[in-house]
Design a protein around this ligand. Structure first.
Ligand SMILES: Nc1ncnc2c1ncn2[C@@H]1O[C@H](COP(=O)(O)OP(=O)(O)OP(=O)(O)O)[C@@H](O)[C@H]1O
Ligand SMILES: [Mg+2]
Length: 497
C-alpha cells in the first residue's frame, strides 16, 4: 500500500485507495480528517503531534512548533531546551504521526508514500521534504506538486482537452498552475505563486488590526505579551474562518490582561468588508501573482476553461470574488473539499504507482530558472523556469586563467521579482572541480550538466572532457546525522563556500 500525504503548513492529511478503488482520507485518533501540523515537545522523550500539540500553543509556546513548512530548506533551527531541531526533523515527526494513523487504520505496515509539495517549492525545500521522509522512516516514492495532485483528484476529461487553472491557497503557500488535461495526460504549462503567502498572512494582518484597535480603546499595548498575542492569533484565525460564512463576527478574549482598574477583556466586532479592507494588500498580491503567471505563460486569461480551487484559504469570499472577477463566467470547481483535495490526489498517484489504478501521466514544470555564475558574476541559465521535467541540460564552460587547475561551479537559482521582471539570484551551492587539464586559458572544455529528476530535485555534474575528471553533487541545504542527532549539513562536504 502506498499512501498519499499532504504535508501542509497548517494541517496534514493522509489518504489511501480503498477497496472500491476510490481515494479516502484516513481518520486520526480524534476522529478528525485533518491533523494540525503542530509539534509539542513535552520533554526529551515525549513529543505530541496534532490537536494535542495545538492546544499547547498558548501556554507552552516555547516548546510548541507550528508552520514549520515555511522554514523547510533553510538553515533555521528551533531551540527546545538544550537542543536544536531542523525543519526536516520537525516535519519528520509529523509524517511519522500520519503513518501511525495510517498503519492503525489499515492494519498493515506502511513503508512508502507519495508526499505533496507546493509546485513553487525550490530544490532546497524539496530536498528538505525528502529528508523529512527519511527521518520518519518512510520511502517517499514521489514528491508530487500540490496543484497537480488537486487536478488528479478532479479526474480526467476523456472527451475533450480542458485548460485548467489550479489555485491552491493553504496556510502558508499560494500555488498557481496552468495545465492542459486530456485523456491520460496532465500537462502543466506554467507555474507561479509564492511559498510565503497563505492564510497565515491574513491572520497576521488581522492580529495587527486587533492590537491597534485594542490599544486605541484601552490604551494598552499587548504586542509584547506572548500569551495575549497567541490568544489573539488563535481568535483572529477563528474570526477569519467565521467571516467566510457570516457577515459579522466577534473576537472575544476575556481577561486578556490587567489594567489599572482590574481585568480587561478583549471584545471586538468585525465585519467581512472590514476584513477585506484590512487584507486588501494581500488580495492585491494574489491578483498580481496570477497576472504575472499568465504573462509568463504567454497566454491570456480567456484561455482558462475551469478553475480548480484548493486549500482552506480558498474558502474566503474575498478570494472567490477576486477569482470570479479575474475569470468572469469560468466554471469554478469546488465540489471536493479544498482541505482534502490534495491528499486525495496524492493517494491516487500512490494507487497509480502501485498499479492499483490505471496510469495518468503527469508532466510538471520547474518553478525557477537554474544556472551557474560566470567569471563576471553574471547568471548563465541552464534550465529556464517552466521547463517540463525530468530533464537534463548541458553547457560547455572553459577556464579564465592559464594553467588553472580547478574551477569553482557556483549553482544559482534565479527568481523573478517585481513588475519589471528583474531577477534575484539565490545561491544553491558551490563546488570545486579539481585536477582539470593544465592548459592555456580558454582551452579546456568543461561540461556542466544539470539534471532534474521526477521529484523536481536538481543534480549537477561537471566533467573535464580532456582528463575525464568528473564530480557530481546533489544540492542539500539541510542535513542530519542520525544516532547522536546532531544537526549537520550533509552534502555540504562537497560544497566549498
Ligand atoms: N472557512 C475558511 N475560511 C477562511 N479560511 C479558512 C477556512 N478554512 C480554513 N481556512 C484557512 O486555510 C488555511 C489552512 O488551509 P490548508 O489546510 O489547506 O493549508 P495547508 O495545506 O496546511 O497549507 P499549505 O498548503 O500552504 O502548506 C488556514 O490559514 C485556515 O485558517
Ligand atoms: Mg495545502
Amino acid at each position: 500500500m502506498i499512501v498519499g500525504i499532504d504535508l501542509g503548513t497548517s494541517n496534514s492529511l493522509v489518504a489511501f485507495i480503498n477497496r472500491e478503488g476510490k481515494a479516502e482520507i484516513i481518520i486520526n485518533e480524534r476522529g478528525s480528517r485533518l491533523t494540525p501540523s503542530v509539534v509539542y515537545f513535552k520533554n526529551e522523550q515525549e513529543v505530541m503531534v496534532g490537536e494535542l500539540a495545538r492546544s499547547q500553543l498558548i501556554l507552552k509556546a516555547d516548546r510548541t512548533i507550528s508552520s514549520i513548512k515555511r522554514q523547510m530548506g533553510t538553515n533555521y533551527q528551533v531551540e527546545i531546551g538544550e537542543r536544536g531541531y531542523t525543519p526536516p526533523e520537525i516535519s519528520g515527526l509529523i509524517l511519522r504521526k500520519l503513518l501511525q494513523y495510517a498503519q492503525e487504520y489499515l492494519e498493515q505496515e506502511i513503508t512508502a508514500a507519495v508526499v505533496t509539495v507546493p509546485a513553487y517549492f525550490n530544490d532546497n525545500q524539496r530536498q528538505a521534504t525528502l529528508l523529512a521522509g527519511e527521518m520518519a522512516g518512510i520511502k517517499i516514492l514521489k514528491l508530487l506538486n500540490e496543484p497537480t495532485a488537486a487536478a488528479l483528484a478532479y479526474g480526467v476529461n476523456r472527451e475533450k482537452k480542458e485548460n485548467i487553472l489550479v489555485l491552491d491557497i493553504g496556510g502558508g503557500t499560494f500555488d498557481i498552475t496552468l495545465m492542459e488535461y486530456q485523456d491520460e495526460v496532465c500537462q502543466v504549462l506554467c507555474i507561479g505563486g509564492s511559498s510565503q503567502l497563505g492564510g497565515l498572512d491574513f491572520d497576521k494582518q488581522l492580529v495587527k488590526h486587533i492590537l491597534e484597535t485594542f490599544k486605541m480603546s484601552n490604551g494598552i499595548d499587548l504586542s509584547a505579551d506572548p500569551i495575549a498575542l497567541q490568544q489573539i492569533h488563535i481568535n483572529a484565525e477563528k474570526a477569519k474562518v467565521d467571516l467566510s460564512s457570516v457577515n459579522e463576527c466577534s473576537v472575544l478574549v476575556p481577561y486578556i490582561t490587567m489594567g489599572t482598574q482590574g481585568p480587561v477583556h478583549l471584545n471586538q466586532t468585525l465585519r467581512r468588508e472590514e476584513f477585506n479592507h484590512i487584507c486588501s494588500y494581500l488580495f492585491k498580491e494574489i491578483s498580481e501573482l496570477i497576472e504575472q503567471t499568465f504573462t509568463r505563460a504567454g497566454v491570456s486569461k480567456e484561455w482558462v476553461e475551469a478553475v480548480v480551487l484548493a486549500g482552506g484559504a480558498s474558502r474566503m469570499p474575498g478570494f472567490k470574488d477576486l477569482v470570479k472577477q479575474l475569470f468572469p463566467g469560468v466554471e469554478l470547481r469546488v465540489e471536493i473539499n479544498p482541505d482534502e483535495v490534495v491528499a486525495l490526489g496524492a493517494a491516487l498517484e500512490g494507487g497509480m504507482l502501485s498499479g492499483e489504478l490505471s496510469h495518468i501521466e503527469t508532466h510538471d514544470v520547474t518553478g525557477h530558472t537554474l544556472g551557474v555564475e560566470d567569471n563576471q558574476g553574471e547568471f548563465v541559465s541552464l534550465i529556464p523556469a517552466n521547463t517540463p521535467y525530468p530533464i537534463s541540460e548541458s553547457r560547455l564552460f572553459t577556464t579564465v586563467n592559464d594553467f588553472q587547475e580547478e574551477v569553482i561551479i557556483h549553482i544559482l537559482q534565479q527568481d523573478e521579482l517585481g513588475d519589471a521582471g528583474e531577477g534575484i539570484n539565490v545561491s544553491l551551492g558551490k563546488f570545486h572541480l579539481e585536477n582539470i587539464q593544465k592548459a592555456k586559458a580558454g582551452e579546456p572544455s568543461i561540461d556542466v550538466t544539470f539534471t532534474i529528476d521526477e521529484n523536481g530535485i536538481l543534480n549537477v555534474s561537471a566533467l573535464d572532457i580532456e582528463t575525464g575528471t568528473q564530480k557530481e553533487i546533489q544540492i542539500t541545504e539541510t542535513g542530519y546525522v542520525d544516532g547522536n542527532k546532531i544537526p549537520a549539513r550533509r552534502g555540504r562536504d562537497l560544497i566549498i563556500l
